[in-house]
Write a new protein. Sequence first.
Length: 415
Amino acid sequence: MSTSPDTTTAHGKETRAAPDAKAGGEERQKLPLFALLALATAVFITSLTETLPAGLLPAMSDDLHVSESATGQTVTIYAIGTALTAIPLTAATAAWRRKVLLLTAMAGFAVANTVTAVSSVYGVTMVARFVAGVAAGVAWALLAGYARRMAPVPLQGKAIAIAMAGIPVALSLGVPAGTFLGETLGWRTAFLSMTALTVVLLLWIFAAVPDYPGQKAGERPKMLSALRVPGVAPVLIVTLVFVLAHTILYAYVATFLKDLGMGGDTDVVLLVFGAASLVSIWIVGSQIHRRLRGLTIASTLLVAVSAALLAVLADNTALVYVAALLWGLGWGGVPTLLQTAAGDAGGDSADAAQAMLVTLWNVAMAGGGVIGGILLDQIGSESFPWTMVLLLLPVLAVVVLARSHGFPAKRPGAA
């Protein structure tokens, strides 16, 4: 159990007591940074495990004796595993203690990545990747709520931002590093290194992360009931369409840049994107408690402007880098913003709202890969940024209209 002061509501739910300014309240406002960094590492592992095959396709396809397009489905099957199981497993494990559940989910990654590393059979590899996706579904539905519970109300947004920082780190540094490791020591070594990191993380979680109880049978939120809570539906709609728009280009960014004659600059463009994403995470973490709505609108506009630049002025190399910068600044904080918005809107049904968000997030990722592939075959890579712009228009409209619930002008509990 956490050593933080707790109170119990009339329904038996554990809540964090408000800091007492006259009795060391300022000290209690500090975040448990070491524990939150463990959650950030868990986020890093889930994100990198999903995207790592993208940089290792040629070597993996040779060893597995299948085409590169077939090997690319190792990313799709991961997303499918998450999308299919996040909601039912969240409901099935609602009574589990949170630390036990987190340790179980991360152990699933260790097993899945080890099997992927040693398998020479395509079917076995696909099963392992599906298992990794299942573990991700459990972890993603758990991690944001875990971070919230560790922090006092004024710092909950910052706590989630720290935990979610693992996403841009994985995309900007993890994928290039994993690709380099795979090219120098072999793709199997890259996956085995993920297993080693996960083993270290399991020990870290066991030693440093506080435990919290699950929910009693009468307290477990129903998914459909959560969907009827005001504000949850707008957040889920924004999640589905925003992630779809982002993935259509990101999944094929190497192809898009190659068609622009910048294929050799892909790693640098992604580095700019990733660095800007880290800046975005910091900005969102410091301002989300008071400005969730404004930050969500700003993020949508930044990504839309980036897409418009790529659609109209992509023949200018300097502007491509500017677009990558704006894209990262807009996108980096989006996971934190949407997870926080879902938790705020869900209230007592926050875990159910988070599970639905995780499911739709992965549906959007899988859909982005499929739609992007169709667009590439039928129209060409130049259609990607235009499609992003078209999809982001309804995203902006929903955020603006959801002023009372979903993306309110003032967050609950904000000063």
